[in-house]
Design a protein around this ligand. Sequence first.
Ligand SMILES: [Zn+2]
Ligand SMILES: [Zn+2]
Length: 274
Amino acid sequence: MVAAAAHNGRLRRPVIAALAALRAAVFPARCLHCRRLLPADSGGFEKPAPAGVDRDLLRPYFCSDCRAAVTPVESPLCPRCGIMFKSRAGADHLCGRCLEQAPSFNMARAALVYDRSAVDIIHCYKYKGKTRLAAPLGTILWRAFVRYWEGRPVDLVLPVPLHRRRLRRRGFNQSDLLLREWQTHSHPSAVPPMGAGVLARTRTAAPQAGLGRRERESNIRGVFTVRRPEQVDGRNILLVDDVITTGATAGECARVLLANGAARVDVLALARVI
Ligand SMILES: [Zn+2]
Ligand SMILES: [Zn+2]
């Protein structure tokens, strides 16, 4: 029985490889954004080396031009809200907005600049059903977590919740799906606990697009509720979203979590507007 299973396993591998080669010959992989043919050796997504350039993780899905346009967030940035300064010289320093009014979260960071190329990639993932992008994007998010939170305690990770109607329509919470990737790229003890259902979005806000910062803040106010305050009380919380635009959504989540006794709220996003 065991010998037969091992024999099957040995046989199965070359068959799978042959089928994959045949599939690649009949349906060559194309860039998910510009549809250009990808080189045959682009390969599938594999567990990456811990170091390395984030945009290289997108190699099986996007052509070299589309990947080259992806911009990582780098210093100098604001140590509080994580915004990257357009001037590339000098040290990290507080931005004008944080000096004027400190956000309710303790610190926010993002892996990528939310520019044209990141918009296209994240739209592919969120709206065009390319959920296989959760593997590289979740890994990019994990690397940012390791980079910025090393040595900082995080007791609970919460994805920014969607309203249940939107969740039903889309079929998945984009931040939650990225976080599931964390388990596959790390030792389980290195991944902080995830809090499903701790924070909920109990009403929908009017679309935020086109609104200024203050309008976004009042539009989003009262949208979130803490369902399990006992899990929040005294904890260091990491809130995870796919994109930070003005920080109004993250700020409102942080406000509600702090009002329910959270010790500290940090924010991590895949991309942020600069
Ligand atoms: Zn392309
Ligand atoms: Zn700032």
